[in-house]
Design a protein around this ligand. Sequence first.
Ligand code: SAH
Length: 213
Amino acid sequence: MKDTHKHQGLRNQLVKIISDKGITDKNVLKAIAAIPRHLFMDSSFADFAYQDKAFPIAADQTISQPYTVAFQTQLLEVKNNHKILEIGTGSGYQTAVLLEMGAKVYTIERQMELFKKTKLFLPKLRYKPKNMIFGDGYKGLPEEAPFDGIIVTAGAPTVPNALLAQLKIGGKLVIPVGDEDQIMTLFIRTSEKDFEKHELGKFRFVPMLKEKN
Ligand code: SAH
């Protein structure tokens, strides 16, 4: 499938919608304007790719709503060359947003089907994460820690201590916490032992799962 002027026009409208909803980070908006979201989705949903909605992808998972992607990414305050860990690769759309913003991205997915599909797909669009890992995001990626930012894109019943421990001082963890609904939660590591916690409203994600299939 191709990326056309029509798609670019639809993307520009989407950027307007999410900036009207309160997203102000110019680099986030630029990334959304640049990424062909329709190519990250099943062709049966591609016509709806520039609506501000979540849609099904493989393995009963979803590609997050663009506003949610933008909101989480804005909270991370991504800078060029930041080292970022993403939990829940899924379609790779959020990964692409982070890469567009110049981050060095490590991303973990626990479903083999999605892991394989997205690992093949992202390089076709010239998106090259530092590493894509098939594994359990609850453990983070200790061998690459510490990170400037960690973003969890599935609903976490509890906050994994391993993720807090893998932040740099000044680093941020953005994680939706809760079972059915989640509260978007931002942790900022202020010292070796201390974290600031901010709660930023309700969202709904697919659950972060403990056991592998
Ligand atoms: N960022 C994705 C969102 C996908 S939905 C996108 O933009 O498309 C959440 C993803 O988290 C799913 O792919 C799911 O399989 C994955 N996931 C759930 N529990 C996980 C865990 N414990 N470790 C890593 N990934 C997990």
